[in-house]
Write a protein that binds this ligand. Structure first.
Ligand SMILES: CC(C)(COP(=O)(O)OP(=O)(O)OC[C@H]1O[C@@H](n2cnc3c(N)ncnc32)[C@H](O)[C@@H]1OP(=O)(O)O)[C@@H](O)C(=O)NCCC(=O)NCCS
Length: 192
């Protein structure tokens, strides 16, 4: 199962008609990733506030934001959302863009969906004239941190993320939009 080559994963822009799909996909992947480590009440509160066809329709309408959908043979296997702008707490430059969400469906994790989405995010960031891409990732989400590090992101601070009534510590990570995709973690902050 899921025996596909990385080349079989395609990425497309979401359209206005994808709001219901993105609401369901966003809620499902968030739940799959974080439910085991959070209370049902906090999960329910966050999911209700963050995912609905109306909420994702508004996000799809936001010109500063773009959704990318990963597919294999027409089936959705992951998505990412980019949003132009800065973190709330530190200044990392005017031409910055956030990877606000990046998720592979759970049965597809480790099969190149994230790599394809990341390439598309970097390409979109470049198209929009951004020079820095950043993200915030839960301090306990070590798999995602490893993924970002592999893609050249370095830690640049922290910020609070609220899940229901739980105030959580997120790491802020950033990288320049342009440099070789093949480079690995030996690049340090001085190089950015
Ligand atoms: C973080 C995340 C998006 C990364 O996506 P992914 O699809 O798992 O990542 P990739 O498959 O591209 O890369 C992960 C590993 O699989 C390997 N891989 C890539 N293509 C592969 C393929 N065709 N077959 C097997 N393995 C493959 C990569 O080499 C990489 O290995 P390594 O990092 O151990 O060296 C994914 O793990 C995820 O959705 N996690 C849950 C949600 C989450 O935490 N999101 C971030 C919130 S901040």
């Amino acid at each position: 199962m899921n025996d596909v080559k990385i080349a079989d994963i395609t990425i497309r822009y979401a359209t206005a008609d994808d709001n219901t799909l993105l609401a369901e996909l966003g809620a499902r992947t968030f739940y799959d990733t974080f439910a085991a480590d959070n209370t049902p009440e906090n999960m329910a509160s966050y999911l209700a506030a963050s995912f609905s066809p109306e909420k994702q329709a508004a996000e799809l309408n936001d010109l500063l934001s773009v959704f990318l959908i990963a597919e294999v043979d027409g089936a959705t296997v992951g998505f990412a959302r980019l949003k132009e702008g800065q973190p709330r707490v530190i200044d990392i430059g005017l031409r910055s863009i956030e990877i606000a969400r990046i998720y592979a469906c759970k049965e597809w994790i480790g099969h190149g969906v994230g790599a394809n989405l990341m390439k598309a995010c970097l390409s979109e960031a470049e198209k929009r004239g951004c020079d820095t891409v950043w993200t915030s990732v839960w301090e306990h989400n070590t798999r995602a941190q490893m993924f970002y590090r592999k893609w050249g992101f370095v830690e640049t601070g922290t910020q609070i993320f609220q899940l229901g009534d739980d105030l959580q510590n997120d790491l802020l990570m950033k990288r320049r939009v342009r440099f070789s995709e093949t480079f690995h973690a030996s690049f340090d902050e001085m190089s950015l």
